[in-house]
Design a protein around this ligand. Structure first.
Ligand SMILES: Nc1ncnc2c1ncn2[C@@H]1O[C@H](COP(=O)(O)OP(=O)(O)OP(=O)(O)O)[C@@H](O)[C@H]1O
Ligand SMILES: [Mg+2]
Length: 363
């Protein structure tokens, strides 16, 4: 059953159209992520749902109540929408201590002092802020302020949480820990989470379903993390979900040749009769060897990244990247130097029409 329904939303600032005819549904109890490049309209959409902005057209329904519908003159104010919200700029009240900030929603709800204290301490501990209850926001780091904002959104026990990049100011370890916490909490309390980020890794880890938006605010694909990663709807999604190689392939009779050379790509040919294709694959889907079957190429750049080796390889004018675990590279004699010859083969490969890719490369 859906808890949020967004229908035909349009929103412009001056002559900049951020959203046009956007339609999306979020199911009760799921963690749904909006993932898209910076400036694509994620925060604007959250502000529309929360009621801090009004759309030019369209309708938003939360738990069967229409909260926004400009055509019908409906606009329910934010505090009556029953939402827990963490904004990207982690707005915490500067004149209140950590304790007071977190306690605020319970104070407004007039909860008894005893319950309030216990709940605040519980949540403060959960977000790793124990011992800092008496501090003012000006005495906290950006990441600590973000945790206060998160604690304040969690404490109200609302069944719907809107989280806009709530972990962006945390260091890598804490971010990882907190994303598990959010997921855990979402399951335990059976709340619906609408999560907004441009971080692919977080989106894949935390989501039941995610929507990928492009620069124009258009939803390119909705699916579970596995579908988005393994079955990208188009090159934009593929590219956005990690580093992708896009290698031009041209058709010559029955053969499909890589770059400007005569080597046949060692993969099942595409379906369709276009003359030009793009082979898309991730660096981890390329195998490199000193010799054997596959495409012959040259190592143009070898980068040691600690756990991984990253190679840039040229094959007949086409460039592609491959990555291999350093342990494996050492154990199997695959530590290449720049200028050395190599042979590559594929573990996985997707075909894209060369025309549809042109549109993606431009972004
Ligand atoms: N109040 C406003 N007035 C004018 N333009 C705005 C306003 N709010 C947002 N915009 C513009 O709308 C577009 C979408 O902004 P938004 O904040 O939703 O992006 P975002 O997807 O959240 O990006 P990020 O990942 O960087 O947070 C941007 O081009 C932004 O400049
Ligand atoms: Mg934003």
């Amino acid at each position: 059953m859906e808890i949020i329904r967004i229908e035909g939303i349009a929103k412009s600032y001056g002559n900049h159209q951020v959203h046009q005819n956007l339609t999306l549904s979020i199911e009760r109890g799921e963690c749904f992520t909006l993932l898209g490049p910076s400036g694509c309209g994620k925060t604007v959409l959250l502000r529309l749902i929360a009621g801090f902005e009004t759309p030019d057209a369209g309708r938003i329904t939360i738990a069967n109540t229409v909260v926004t519908d400009p055509a019908a003159g409906i606009h329910i104010p934010p505090d009556q929408r029953g939402l827990g919200v963490v904004f990207q700029d982690y707005a915490v009240w500067p004149h209140m201590t950590v304790f007071e900030n977190v306690a605020y929603p319970l104070k407004i709800a007039k909860r008894p002092e005893n319950e309030l204290k216990n709940r605040v301490m519980e949540i403060v501990e959960m977000v790793g802020m124990k011992g800092l209850e008496r501090r003012l926001p000006s005495e906290l780091s950006g990441g600590q302020q973000q945790r206060v904002a998160l604690a304040r959104a969690l404490i109200a026990n609302s069944s719907l949480l809107l989280l806009d990049e709530p972990l962006s100011n945390l260091d890598a370890n804490l971010r990882e820990e907190m994303r598990f916490e959010i997921k855990e909490l979402q399951r335990k309390l059976n709340v619906t989470v609408l999560y907004v980020t441009h971080d692919q890794e977080i989106a894949l880890a935390i989501s039941d379903r995610l929507a990928i938006m492009d620069q124009e605010g258009k939803v390119r694909q909705i699916g579970n993390p596995w579908e988005i990663f393994e079955r990208p709807a188009d090159p934009f999604v593929f590219n956005f979900m990690g580093i992708a190689n896009f290698v031009p392939v041209r058709r010559a009779g029955e053969a499909y040749l890589v770059g400007n050379g005569e080597q046949i790509i060692p993969w099942e040919p595409p379906k369709g009769d276009a003359p030009k294709w793009i082979a898309g694959f991730r660096p981890s889907d390329v195998q490199i060897a000193p010799q054997g079957a596959g495409l012959r190429g040259t190592v143009k750049r070898a980068s040691f990244l600690g756990a991984m080796m990253d190679y840039l390889i040229e094959v007949d004018g086409a460039h592609l990247r491959t990555s291999i675990e350093t342990h494996e590279a050492v154990a199997r004699g695959l530590m290449f130097k720049e200028g050395e010859n190599c042979v590559i083969s594929f573990r996985d490969l997707l075909w894209f029409n060369a025309d549809s890719l042109a549109e993606v490369v431009k972004q």
